[in-house]
Design a protein around this ligand. Structure first.
Ligand SMILES: [Fe+2]
Length: 262
């Protein structure tokens, strides 16, 4: 079958949560989506609470992935151990709650593996190598039972995200980048059949810098005192990509942007 997986860019604040609740189900219908992965690490601006995570599931997310702000709302730690459908980056060094890989039920008995990894370049040098971690997960018995494996690589550097896409080409069916909140125009199927995009973008206020009020960033660049970043208000958007995967050949056949602007 042609399995349609929707990957939704980082949900920013109340605006992001609101548009997802109102429009995700309709998007899933429009594009015949079977399975949806949403990056939720900015639901609180920075971090996500269990209540906000439940809201994203209610909106229609099958799996929530996270990133560098995983621990900004510490209430989430216990929830990460308890709730199998929320993942944090697998390559956090040391002993932290939760898991970075899960196997989920798709349509027609298909097993879908979702991997969440985080980059080190310009983001967090204290992580284990995301490349070696991806390899270890791929070799695990849990992963080998999967029909399809997809990866959310939460990273700052476009070079690191590209390297991950090409490194995993032919080993997984999709790799998408998150974190930078700016959608990239490089959706493609790599030579060995892995669908790839450098960054999905974000879900939140259109008139903003990365979902936040522009004056907050301008203040920093003008040398002002650090202030708390506030979520921007106004009309929102959903940045997302749809990966079409042929489950017979285990190759991605198309990646397309399916952004929704209100
Ligand atoms: Fe991030």
């Amino acid at each position: 079958m042609l399995l349609q997986i929707l990957a939704v860019g980082d949900i920013v604040g109340e605006g992001g949560q609101d548009i997802l609740s109102r429009r995700l189900r309709e998007m899933k219908q429009t594009y015949d989506i079977h399975f949806t992965v949403v990056n939720g690490e900015n639901a609180s601006g920075v971090g996500i609470t269990p209540k906000q995570a439940k809201g994203l599931f209610d909106a229609g997310a099958d799996v929530i992935t996270l990133g560098n702000h995983t621990w900004n709302r510490m209430q989430i730690t216990e929830f990460l151990d308890r709730e199998p459908n929320i993942l944090r980056p697998a390559n956090y060094a040391g002993k932290v709650p939760g898991r970075g890989f899960g196997v989920f039920d798709g349509p027609k008995g298909l097993k879908i593996g979702v991997m969440n990894l985080m980059g080190r370049l310009e983001l967090n040098p204290n992580l284990d190598s995301p490349f070696k971690m991806a390899n270890n997960i791929l070799k695990s018995a849990e992963c080998q039972q999967c029909d399809v494996v997809v990866v959310d690589f939460h990273a700052e550097a476009t070079s690191e995200k590209g390297a991950m896409g090409w490194y995993l080409d032919g080993k997984v069916q999709a790799v998408w980048g998150t974190h930078t909140h700016v959608p990239t125009a490089d959706t493609q199927v790599l030579p060995n059949g892995t669908g790839f995009v450098t960054d999905l973008g974000m879900t939140g206020a259109q008139r903003s810098i990365l979902g936040m009020r522009p004056e907050n960033s301008i203040n920093i660049f003008m040398g002002g005192l650090p202030r708390r970043f506030e979520e921007a208000e106004g009309v929102c958007k959903i940045n997302a990509c749809c990966f079409s995967i042929d489950t017979q050949t285990k190759q991605c056949v198309q990646v397309k942007r399916v952004d929704l602007l209100e």
